[in-house]
Design a protein around this ligand. Structure first.
Ligand SMILES: NC(=O)c1ccc[n+]([C@@H]2O[C@H](COP(=O)([O-])OP(=O)(O)OC[C@H]3O[C@@H](n4cnc5c(N)ncnc54)[C@H](OP(=O)(O)O)[C@@H]3O)[C@@H](O)[C@H]2O)c1
Length: 281
């Protein structure tokens, strides 16, 4: 890659940031298409977020991804928001357009694209979604917009699951949405009946931890999708696979949400397979 005075800069703001795979994924895509861009990672401590985002304007940076812990707080520094970002109250992509910072959220669409890439369609499906944080909200809205049949949302803090259900009832009243706490004794039945189980909690990031679903809830004909991609096979996925379920980790979502950010910045179709290969081989 030859960096010149014309090279456009994109990147990612997060804290911590040293484990991100996004630079290798996007730089491989720029190289593949011969685009004069470079993607860098920026470690931005929470108390420096405002200065960092204002700096994007000052330095005429083309755009950035935004990750933990800044996705929600970054809104206050932006000039415009997409409908999706407004609805979710979270931004994972910023583009500088004519001097204005515009915020987008590609997580939900990225998740749906990753499902479709595995020939799975959410239409009419019974779904158990674990979690009600930023990623879970994006996934829930994506699923509801795509015609999911029934979505049960289970979260440690039940009020957050209830708030997400209320949001779904507002934007997609045709979807049957219910909330549970993670210790509700209906959770295992819900899991056994679900055709799609999604873990959007951070439980499993540390090896050995797993959401509290009984092992015998998993069976053939189910898809169990863990948004976590490191470790590649969480304890939840290992147990689901042993029970006969098809499993997916969060790499697909990472690739597709990144591909959508790439398209926002460059206006070009992202080379999805190149991006995937860059972080898996
Ligand atoms: N593959 C991808 O591209 C992708 C994209 C985004 C996120 N993710 C992954 O998705 C997960 C969630 O991310 P996020 O951005 O939504 O984070 P977040 O907004 O902080 O939400 C965290 C969620 O995990 C739950 N949780 C945390 N610790 C828990 C525990 N000990 N027991 C039970 N529940 C617990 C929280 O429940 P409470 O509400 O009770 O706190 C909340 O539902 C992370 O693992 C992240 O790496 C993956």
């Amino acid at each position: 890659m030859k960096i010149t005075s014309q090279t456009k800069i994109v990147g990612i703001l997060g804290y911590p940031i040293q484990h991100t795979l996004s630079p290798q994924m996007h730089n491989a895509a720029f190289a593949q298409l011969g685009l004069d861009y470079v993607y860098l990672s920026f470690e931005v401590k929470p108390d420096k977020l405002g200065a960092a985002v204002r700096g994007l304007k000052a330095l005429n940076i083309t755009g950035v991804n935004v990750t933990v812990p800044h996705k929600e707080r970054v809104l206050e520094y932006l000039d415009e928001l997409s409908e999706e970002a407004k609805r979710l109250g979270a931004v994972n992509t910023i583009k500088l357009k004519s001097g204005r910072l515009c915020g987008y959220n590609t997580d939900g669409e990225g998740f749906i694209a990753s499902l479709r890439a595995e020939a799975t369609d959410p239409v009419g499906k019974k779904i158990l979604l674990l979690g009600a944080g930023g990623a879970a909200r994006a996934v829930a809205v994506g699923l509801a917009n795509q015609g999911a049949g029934k979505i049960s949302i289970a979260n440690r803090t039940k009020e957050r699951a209830e708030a997400l259900v209320n949001m779904l009832k507002h934007i997609a009243p045709q979807v049957e949405a219910t909330s549970l706490s993670l210790d509700d004794n209906r959770l295992d039945k819900c899991a056994a009946e679900a055709q799609l189980i999604i873990n959007a909690t951070s439980v499993g990031l540390k090896s050995g931890a797993r959401p509290p679903i009984a092992i015998n809830s998993f069976h053939v004909g189910q898809l169990v999708y863990d948004l976590i991609y490191n470790p590649a096979k969480t304890k939840l996925l290992a147990e689901a696979e042993a029970g006969g379920a098809k499993i997916l980790n969060g790499l697909g979502m990472l690739v597709y949400q990144g591909a959508l950010s790439f398209e926002i910045w460059t206006g070009q179709q992202a080379p999805v397979e190149v991006m995937r290969d860059a972080i898996t081989t």
